[in-house]
Ligand binder design. Structure first.
Ligand SMILES: [Zn+2]
Length: 206
């Protein structure tokens, strides 16, 4: 039986021209196979490395591309332009719950169908992959994550934490928001999400 995530992918793709990207970090194996997903960093994937020369997720928008990843970013950016939505799939060994990352607050809505418990807004990273897309989200799956076999909860943005963020790389907050450690990647504010419906399938089309 196909997991519910397939329905999310299918339905979201019907709304918008959507590009799924895997292996932006070459050693992060996606939690499920996505047909037609674009492998962002094929050489790093082949060698099972995070990157070859520079972190691809910080290699976009470089004036004079030199490294393998900076040149690859130029190629990728041309492809991103053809899509309304880009979904960048990541995997983390950090102690965290499944969460989403956006660089533009309006894009949080595209994370919600995946059933995350938090969306982190990262505004200060201009050279990341999703920041170059028209609409872009990153999904950060911990290795402990297992696919839902039944319905996936639908969440909505409950509250935006406007206070100056105190956490680096998703350090823990008193609200119990999931956090990342050891990724050395993100500094952001966080959306708290509220579960509103137990079954995604009847809601996604609304
Ligand atoms: Zn990653």
């Amino acid at each position: 039986m196909r997991p519910t995530v397939w329905k999310i992918i299918q339905q979201q793709s019907e709304y918008m021209k959507t590009l799924y990207i895997t292996y932006t970090h070459g050693d992060e194996h996606p939690p499920y196979e996505i047909p037609n997903a674009l492998v962002a960093n094929p050489l790093a994937r082949e060698r099972n490395l995070r990157y070859i020369e520079t972190d691809l997720n910080r290699s976009f928008g470089v004036k004079t591309p030199v490294s393998y990843e900076e040149k690859r970013a130029v190629e990728l950016e041309e492809m991103l332009n053809d899509y309304d939505l880009v979904v960048d799939i990541h995997r983390t060994t950090a102690q965290t719950k499944f969460c989403g990352i956006v660089t533009k607050s309006d894009d949080a809505v595209y994370v919600l169908p995946y059933g995350v418990s938090a969306v982190v807004l990262v505004e200060n990273i201009q050279n990341s992959l999703i920041s170059r897309a028209k609409h872009g989200i990153a999904l950060e799956y911990p290795y402990a994550y297992s696919l839902h076999t039944g319905s996936v909860p639908l969440y909505r943005v409950k509250k935006f934490v406007t206070a100056e963020p105190h956490w680096i790389d998703f350090e823990e907050t008193e609200q119990g928001i999931p956090y990342l450690v050891n990724e050395k990647a993100y500094h952001g504010k966080c959306f708290l999400l509220e579960k509103i419906h137990p079954n995604i399938n009847s809601n996604l089309r609304e």
